[in-house]
Design a protein around this ligand. Sequence first.
Ligand SMILES: [Zn+2]
Length: 235
Amino acid sequence: MSEPQQIKVVDAFDLDDELRSLLKPGEMVRDAQGRRKRLPRYFYEIPSHDAAMEIRLTQHFGLNEFILVDLKEAQRLQQFPRYIPCAVRLLAFFLQQFRAVAGGSVHIAVNGGYRSPAHKMSMNATAHMWGTAADTYRIGPNTILKTKELIEKYNDVVEELSDDVTVMPYGHDTGISVDDHVHLDLGYMTVIPREISEDRMEVPQESRPRFAFEERRRRERRAPQPATVGTEKIE
Ligand SMILES: [Zn+2]
């Protein structure tokens, strides 16, 4: 086993010009209703593909699942190190709750996790640009979310999780079609990690590494899951 990965928190104002122009930290974008929203500023820096595969945000959700994109994403943002808004941890938390209630694994679509403001599907503001929305197209091994009935069933499951979670109705006519997935949405939520000091405005300054996952908690997550009843093991 390799050493556990740490994940660095970056203030995107400290990144190079190209990355800042693609991630647009702190810039305003309009949603489909014309409301102005401020893009996130603090990101996790994912150093490598191996790190993306190894780092888990919850028991069942790895960081890699939130950064699956195709050529619609800016080329630079498909190269490591990659960046994802820190609020993705909240998204993973709610997806973990969704998984528990749905009773099966929750599969995130390509382009269905984080999409940068430079992504070709990012026309208006959507929570995907904040790392706080996920598109799910399959539950467990066999349940493909293609029918109105199934999408409405799992939309109901998602909406029961919390008043902070919304979905898009089947067949809605703004933005991207949701005729083939469930769009779980926490809204335009930003996270300022506790490692961050908000003592400056938009001026790059010293960028001392700040690590977000405490060693203790990482060890807890990595510990083998205890069997629950008798010899029956849970996944
Ligand atoms: Zn979506």
